[in-house]
Design a protein around this ligand. Structure first.
Ligand SMILES: NC(=O)c1ccc[n+]([C@@H]2O[C@H](COP(=O)([O-])OP(=O)(O)OC[C@H]3O[C@@H](n4cnc5c(N)ncnc54)[C@H](OP(=O)(O)O)[C@@H]3O)[C@@H](O)[C@H]2O)c1
Length: 307
């Protein structure tokens, strides 16, 4: 019988002692609730093994007025539950500026990071990421901001999100320490990181590839697929459902397992706000998927057999 693909259960950030589960919990949709409800979500994520918590300064209930709300709620959760901070790897992002739309100027990034520290009520951010590349700041200056934050002990590691491989290499050129992570959109409906070089660069440089919207923002599971993914999702869903039935798990577990099976250090960041769905996401780690199963999903996504 064909061997199933290995799903790793834990990863680290290079150059640090930080370790975390192979699925992460994301706070994009986290704001707009009370501390007790927020605490229940974070505790459920940690208990499920999702020990990297990803947020961003821009996450809130509304755009752009909700800037800072998700970090502030997480900060309140951490303040109310003193032990929690030590049990998580805390990741956040800065660099999207309402109305501009981006800045990675050194003075801006340093202030943005300090504001995140204040809202999160913590002394140090484990992973600080630039949310989207600012096309107007020289890479040398962006690196200077990261180098300053690292050497001041305000952040333990630095990463990028929505960067191309060339932008990442240019930034790395000026960094004192390795960039430890990418964060692209990646799901069976959005497979660009497989072919645009992001996952290759992640393997080459020992970076973690955090996959945002790993269920395509819920479209893979809700039955409400929208353009540009709708046709693709119609093809993918029956394949996921077949593998789900064989493994006695739900479709979302298979969609996550498909990401975990890639040989790069892919860490899906789940975004459900439902405690039961947070817990059941851990079923992804039980999925036994063969090479043929994996390529069946890839071919359904492509809409054509592999060449
Ligand atoms: N770097 C970036 O630019 C960027 C951009 C976007 C997101 N992110 C990160 O990625 C994280 C995850 O993104 P995401 O929230 O889009 O991830 P996702 O896990 O793909 O989607 C979560 C959404 O799917 C819904 N969902 C999950 N299971 C469902 C089911 N069985 N039936 C119906 N709906 C279901 C959830 O609703 P319920 O809450 O009702 O379960 C939630 O609205 C964010 O929190 C953030 O940390 C980063």
């Amino acid at each position: 019988m064909e061997q199933s693909l290995t799903l790793k259960t834990e990863y680290g950030l290079s150059g640090t002692s930080l370790r975390f589960g192979a699925i992460a919990y994301g706070c994009w949709r986290f704001a707009g609730t009370d501390v007790a409800t927020g605490t229940a979500k974070i505790e459920t994520a940690l208990e499920s093994g999702f020990t990297l918590i990803d947020t961003a300064d821009i996450y809130g209930t509304t755009w752009p007025d909700g800037f800072g709300e998700a970090e502030a709620l997480l900060g309140d959760v951490l303040e109310a539950n003193r032990g929690l901070r030590d049990n998580m790897v805390l990741a956040t992002k800065g660099g999207i500026v309402p109305g501009q739309p981006y800045s990675s100027a050194k003075s801006y990034l340093i202030k943005a990071c300090e504001d995140s520290l204040t809202r999160l009520k913590t002394d140090v951010i484990d992973l600080y990421q630039i949310h989207r590349p600012d096309l107007l700041t020289p890479f040398e200056e962006v690196a200077d901001a990261f180098n300053t934050l690292l050497s001041a002990g305000k952040i333990r590691s630095a990463g990028v999100s929505n960067f191309t491989t060339a932008q990442t290499a240019a930034l790395q050129h000026y960094m004192d320490r390795p960039l430890v992570s990418h964060q692209p959109e990646f799901s069976c409906a959005e497979t660009a990181p497989i072919t645009d070089g992001i996952l290759d660069q992640a393997q080459e440089n020992n970076m973690v590839a955090f996959a945002w919207s790993p269920l395509a923002g819920g479209q893979l599971v809700s039955g409400k697929a929208e353009a540009p993914h709708a046709d693709k999702i119609k093809r993918i869903v029956p394949v996921l459902d077949r593998i789900a039935e064989e493994n006695d798990v739900d479709r979302s577990a298979v969609a996550l397992a498909w990401l975990l099976a890639h040989p790069a250090k892919v860490v899906p960041i789940i975004g459900t706000q439902t405690l039961e769905r947070i817990r059941s996401s851990a079923d992804a780690l039980k999925v036994k998927m063969t090479r043929r199963d994996w390529y069946d999903v890839m071919e359904a996504s492509r809409g054509a057999p592999m060449p």
